[in-house]
Design a binder for this molecule. Structure first.
Ligand SMILES: [Fe+2]
Length: 283
């Protein structure tokens, strides 16, 4: 197994390992350490069935159930909600077979709108377009460092409401009510349960409002935080290769997808690993 950094922001590439084969404790330990260090890991040239992928994910904890309600899922077999196909693939009748088929997707952390967000997202690239469809990962430890000291002080210990209704480039409008919309409060600055480091925990797609502030001030501060979290200087942009297997830490990164040509097939098979605890505010 060879680990090479992909940038000085986040991301490392791992080669010379086949994740479909049994994993030694040493290799697993090395992968976990690298994941903690680099936030995003990319294993090249993997050929994994859904079962292989879920078995690998299971080494990190119980796999999570996707957030999409059952009646809004398009996949015919999603392993009881453990697997999501992020794809523009269509069936014989021209209907999409998966989720988020088209277009841009704003920055977010998967399942941040649930009480215990999923800690890891794992994506296997089965098919990728020649151009476009890159996924951008922002390092939220670096985002926290870039929050001005005065704003850190003002927001310390404060929470924000995360809500999601499965739009791709639109935030939930809390003024319209949250009936049947998944939502929960999360600390704005979290203590990463494994690294102990502080990360900014907001995203343009899912963070709706800050607790205890007038709406106008909340909107203004969130706009600032979104800009900080989307600064190109803290982003690793991943250009997919077929057979990539990528795992990202949802507690200290957010991700977004660029648009891609609809005449080309893109299929990423996603699964997640459940978090083990609610996220605590940084001390
Ligand atoms: Fe996502």
């Amino acid at each position: 197994m060879k680990i090479s950094p992909l940038s000085n922001i986040a991301g490392a590439e791992i080669t010379n390992i086949d994740l479909a084969q049994p994993l030694s404790d040493d290799d697993l330990g090395e992968i976990k350490a690298a994941w903690n260090e680099y936030v995003v890991l990319v294993f090249r040239d993997q050929e994994l069935t859904a079962d292989d992928q879920l078995a690998f994910a299971g080494k990190f904890g119980p796999t999570g159930e996707r957030g999409t309600p059952v009646d809004r899922r398009r996949e015919t077999d999603d392993y009881g909600g453990a697997v999501m196909l992020v794809t523009n693939k269509k069936d014989d009748e021209g209907k999409y077979v998966g989720t988020i088929p088209e277009g841009e997707l704003w920055f977010h952390s998967d399942l941040s709108y649930q009480e215990i967000p999923h800690m890891a997202t794992m994506l296997h690239a089965v098919a990728v377009p020649d151009t476009g469809g890159n996924t951008m990962f922002a390092n939220m430890y670096l985002a926290y460092e870039n929050v001005p000291a005065k704003l850190k002080e003002k927001l310390a210990g404060r929470r924000a409401l995360h809500a999601y209704d499965f739009a791709t480039t639109e935030r939930v409008d809390v003024d319209k009510g949250l009936d049947e919309i998944q939502n929960c409060w999360q600390p704005i600055f979290i203590r990463h349960p494994e690294s102990g480091r502080t990360a900014l925990y907001v995203s343009r797609l899912m963070t709706a409002v800050i607790e205890g502030l007038e709406r106008s001030e909340s909107d203004e501060i969130l706009a600032t935080l979104f800009d900080i979290s989307e600064d190109p200087n803290i982003i690793y942009e991943h250009k997919w290769q077929t057979r990539d297997f990528l795992m990202a830490d949802n507690r200290c990164s957010i991700h977004a997808r660029q648009d891609f040509p609809q005449d080309q097939l893109r299929l990423l098979r996603r699964c997640t690993v459940k978090g083990s605890e609610t996220l605590s505010a940084a001390a």
